[in-house]
Write a protein that binds this ligand. Structure first.
Ligand code: SF4
Length: 396
């Protein structure tokens, strides 16, 4: 366990950057029930801990506040909209006190269908939330049941009606692709349903089998079909085709938006910007310093009460590893990665240290140069792990 004082740690970390930190992640770990594929830091049946948890969150926010000038906030989970209206309102108000201001352009809260009601949405908006990311996942009852989700398709439609009635400015829908048993036709039907609901943003991730989840155990025991890269690519391609035809641009491999509605917070991650995280299990990053906070909400609360920043892990990332991270994140974006910015931020010129690998990848049509940017081609994006494997180490 790393013991770091709340009186000194935020300043020590934040002052590594040359300006206040512009991005804040807040983790709310509580859920109504646990989904069998999920490896997020989430807990069911512990709602009684929400009050002390919010107190701890407020103390952490207070400690970071002098070094924070948030342009974007993302409240993720868990299910940040799970809980009573007064708890949601307190959560939003506590965050709002530290982030409100003319610089704040985007404040997203993740929500699950079935947890939203008009009073909650109004409380979020009163605090300054201007974007909701709604976990639709599928519109097919069978596939939602396979995923162990607590909601049905009608709950998603109702949640969207509530958000629109309240006047929530921006709406993103999440879809899970290539669910076990889901045909390509059913995938297309799900995506067309999404288009009919007119979100300004869609996140569409292929289901992944994370270690330690009930899904992975079921696959290992032969009760569920496992990953199938060709099938997954077909589902992602079909999804992209329908969304792009509907005017949602594919600005990242799994993310689509109408012009101007890209997630500014997630773009900050993909551009390897600095961000602060508060809340159990949150990860933060400022100029090569990375840290992770205690996963368990009770331990998190206890450490905050003791005057500590509840860090469970911290590391200094070496310059070359930071440059690789820039590539890893930036090549997911349609805009690619600015290799001059990578050099400025890390001191590593990947055009020099990876000259041979880049020439080879260009010759194979997997990446291209666009001025100072390096961009994965459509073929390269389909084999991004291979591309990144070749760039992971400097040329021999
Ligand atoms: S609702 Fe979301 S965070 Fe909670 S268990 Fe399900 S997938 Fe995980």
């Amino acid at each position: 366990m790393t013991v770091v004082s709340r009186a000194t740690w935020p300043e020590a970390v934040a002052s590594r950057a040359d300006a206040p930190i512009e991005h804040l992640y807040v983790h709310m770990p509580f859920c109504r029930q646990l989904c069998p594929y999920c490896d997020f830091n989430s807990y069911a049946g512990r709602d009684a801990e929400m009050g002390p948890y919010l107190e701890a969150l407020e103390a952490e926010l207070e400690a970071w506040s002098p070094w924070l000038r948030a342009k974007t906030v993302f409240v993720g989970g868990g299910t940040p909209t799970h809980g009573r209206v007064d708890v949601i309102a307190r959560q939003a108000e506590a965050i709002g006190r530290h982030v409100r201001g003319p610089q704040l352009v985007e404040w997203t809260v993740e929500a699950n269908p079935g947890t939203l009601e008009i009073a909650k949405v109004e409380a979020l908006m009163a605090a300054g939330v201007n974007r909701v990311s709604l976990g639709a996942q599928s519109f097919h009852p069978t596939h939602l049941a396979t995923l162990g989700r607590a909601h049905g398709p009608a709950d998603t439609v109702r949640a969207i009606e509530i958000l629109r009635r309240a006047g929530m400015p921006r709406l993103s829908l999440d879809l899970i692709l290539a669910i076990p048993g889901q045909s390509l036709g059913e995938q297309r039907a799900d995506v067309r349903r999404v288009v009919d609901l007119s979100p300004d943003h869609v996140s569409a991730y292929v289901l992944t089998y994370e270690p330690g989840t009930a899904f992975t155990r079921a696959w290992e025991e032969g009760r569920l079909p496992g990953p199938d890269p060709d099938r997954e690519l077909a589902h992602l391609d079909a999804t992209a085709e329908i969304l792009e035809a509907a005017g949602l641009e594919r600005y990242e491999i799994s993310n689509f938006a109408t012009p101007g509605n890209e997630s500014q917070h997630n773009l900050a991650y993909w551009r390897n910007a600095d961000w602060i995280a508060v809340g159990a299990g949150g990860h933060g990053h400022v100029r090569g310093k990375r840290w992770k906070l205690e996963d368990d909400p009770a331990r998190y609360v206890a450490r905050v009460r003791a005057g500590d920043v509840p860090v469970s892990f911290e590391e200094e990332v070496e310059a070359d590893a930071r440059a690789v991270e820039h590539l890893l994140m930036g090549l997911r974006l349609a805009e690619g990665v600015d290799i001059e910015l990578v050099r400025e931020r890390t001191g590593v010129d990947v055009a020099v240290t990876r000259a041979q690998a880049l020439s080879s990848l260009e010759a194979q049509g997997l990446v291209r140069r666009a001025g100072l940017r390096l961009v994965a081609t459509p073929a390269g994006r389909n084999v991004l792990d291979t591309v990144l494997g070749l760039l992971a180490e400097p040329d021999a």
